[in-house]
Design a protein around this ligand. Sequence first.
Ligand code: PMP
Length: 321
Amino acid sequence: LDDRDGWIWMDGEWLPWREARVHVLTHTLHYGMGCFEGVRAYAGHHGSHLFRVAEHTRRLADSAYALDMPLPFDEAAIIAAQRECLARNDLTNAYLKPTVFFGSEGLGLRAKGLSVHVMIAAWDLGNYISADAASIGLRAMTSSWARHHVNISLCRAKTNGHYVNAMLALNTAVKAGFDETIMLDPEGYLAEASAANVFLLRDGVLHTPEVTSCLQGITRDSVIRLAREVLGVEVRERRITRDELYTADEAFLTGTAAEILPLRELDGRHIGGRAGAPPPGHPIEVNSLTARLQRLYRRVACGELDGELQAFRGWLTPVGG
Ligand code: PMP
């Protein structure tokens, strides 16, 4: 990953990709206190644009503030740098990772006198998830690892250290032969997947866990708004139990990079089986709500904003101009 051409923005400067290095005593490397974002850019018909970059950058600033890491740049400067990062690296369909971390002035937990750094790297996303894979979706198992408790960590902050828990859960599931994991909160209610939010459909109503242990996903918000405002589907944010997911008509995961991915099986149960859904391993029905939301989300994300979809123009930030 580190040996390639390109430019990385760090603390207001553009560094050649191979030279964007930090010291081994970087505080965040030792204790995991830092925060980041995953932002997506799309190649639209009228040039490329960042998708919901203002919301991502606000979440980054909120994460840093909650962690008490004073950001040396304002949100406007971080948005400008993300736009330039795409232009400089000649990227259109891309994933960006703005990251905030402590410097290497000292290692104490008091974090006294530490500098706060900001870097932005971007990658070409290529065909990250093929249309076939997006239609076939995922088989998952419920994790024995609980998601963070609100009084153990800052669940709304996208904190580096949180991902130890996500990796334990994901890799336990992958070693057992699954694609993904579904994590419960410490009380046993549904939280989210390793790095994606979860939704279920039952009798025409969408349900998703309220934001306590799960991250306040921006794709989650986009899906809630598109379902309510464009498709007229009722969405309820509430506490959900795992058996509700077993007996759902449809279920899917949401996240910036993966967008909307069908969840086809959980703990050996074929989700939607009783409602006549095709078995796991086969494409979902083209008229399922999951497939309709996938198409709608793609249209909006790619900037095809005709008719009523014009209301979502504010979600796109052109890279040039
Ligand atoms: N939960 C976690 C733990 C995540 O890492 C992500 C990815 N950022 C999500 C949910 C989905 O959030 P978003 O839609 O903002 O990408």
